[in-house]
Design a protein around this ligand. Structure first.
Ligand SMILES: O=C(O)CCC(=O)C(=O)O
Length: 271
C-alpha cells in the first residue's frame, strides 16, 4: 500500500492519528516477534524484562533499533514533524492471552517533562491488533490540549503510574492493524486499550519520535537516537546502534538512562 502523504497530514491534523501504514512483511515481523521471545527465554531470569520492555529495548536489541529507524515509518513521520527526527524512547506493550491487563485512557506527553508537543508515536503491530485481543482505541480530535491525569491503584493498568485521564469521550476509533502495519498518534491524543480476550499474545512496539528542537525540562540532560536527518540542536545526548543483543555494557548504559527517564515520569508518584 502506497503511503498518501497529503492524507497523512490532513487526517493527522484533524484527528490526531493516522493508520494503517504497511511497514514490515510477514517474514520480517515474525523475526521481530521471534527475537522478543528468544530474549524472554534467554534473559527473563537475569533481567527485569518488564522494565526493559517498558523503555529502551531498542538500545539493547539491534532489530528494534533498526525498526525505530525504518525508512517507511520515518518518511511518514517527517511529514508531520519535519526532516530531522530523534527517537526519545520505545516501549514493547505485551498483553498476554486472556489476561486482565489493559491500558488506561491517557495522553503520552503528560509526564515526560518535554517542553513542547512536537512528538509522534508510531505503534507497530508485531502481532495483529484486533477487537478481540485489545487493539488501541483513539479518541478522534482529542489532541488539541493537555488535560489532567490521575494515578490509580489498578495493578492491571500497564502504564507506569497506572494513570488515567478523566473526560467525556465520543468518536472512539478502534485501531485494528495487521501484523507489520503501524499507526501514528499525536502526543496529546487520548488513547487506551482493553484486555486481550484471545488465545494468543498481543504485542506492539511503540516508538516515540521527537524533533531535535525539543528540550527536557526536568533533568540536566536526556538521551535519544538520531532516526533520520540531522541534529543541529544537541539538546539530547545521542546514542549509537547497539552492537549486540543484550551486550553487557550496553545493558548497563541502557539501565542508567532508564533510571533517569523513570525519575522524570515517576516524579511525585505515590502508589
Ligand atoms: O499497546 C497499547 O495497548 C497501548 C500503547 C500506548 O499507550 C502507547 O503507545 O502510547
Amino acid at each position: 500500500m502506497q503511503v498518501d502523504t497529503d492524507k497523512i497530514v490532513v487526517d493527522f491534523s484533524r484527528d490526531g492519528f493516522y493508520f494503517p501504514i504497511d511497514v514490515l512483511g510477514k517474514r520480517e515481523v515474525n523475526s521481530v516477534r521471534g527475537q522478543i521471545q528468544s530474549v524472554e527465554e534467554k534473559y527473563g531470569k537475569t533481567y527485569n524484562l518488564e522494565d526493559i520492555f517498558r523503555g529502551h529495548a531498542h538500545l539493547v536489541m539491534p532489530i528494534l533499533y533498526d525498526l525505530a529507524c525504518h525508512p517507511i515509518i520515518t518518511d511518514a513521520v517527517t511529514h508531520l514533524l519535519g526532516p530531522d527526527l530523534l527517537v526519545w524512547n520505545t516501549s514493547i506493550f505485551i498483553k498476554e492471552p486472556k489476561a486482565e491487563t489493559f491500558v488506561g485512557l491517557h495522553q503520552d506527553l503528560y509526564y515526560w517533562g518535554l517542553d513542547s508537543n512536537e512528538e509522534v508515536t508510531a505503534w507497530v503491530a508485531i502481532t495483529p491488533a484486533t477487537l478481540e485481543n485489545g487493539c488501541m482505541q483513539f479518541v478522534a480530535g482529542s489532541h488539541k490540549k493537555a488535560v489532567p491525569h490521575f494515578d490509580t491503584c489498578n495493578k492491571n493498568n500497564l502504564l507506569s503510574r497506572r494513570q488515567e485521564l478523566k473526560a467525556r469521550v465520543k468518536d472512539i476509533i478502534n485501531v485494528q492493524l495487521k501484523a507489520g502495519q503501524c499507526s501514528l498518534h499525536h502526543g496529546h491524543t487520548f488513547h487506551s486499550s482493553p484486555p486481550n480476550r484471545s488465545e494468543d499474545r498481543r504485542i506492539g512496539f511503540a516508538i516515540r519520535y521527537i524533533t531535535p528542537r525539543m528540550r527536557q525540562t526536568q533533568f540536566s540532560h536526556d538521551f535519544a537516537i538520531l532516526a533520520c536527518g540531522q541534529d543541529k540542536h544537541r539538546n539530547f545526548r545521542l546514542l549509537p546502534r547497539p552492537r549486540g543483543i543484550f551486550a553487557k555494557e550496553e545493558v548497563k548504559r541502557m539501565k542508567a538512562i532508564h533510571e533517569i527517564q523513570n525519575s522524570i515520569y515517576m516524579r511525585d508518584f505515590d502508589p
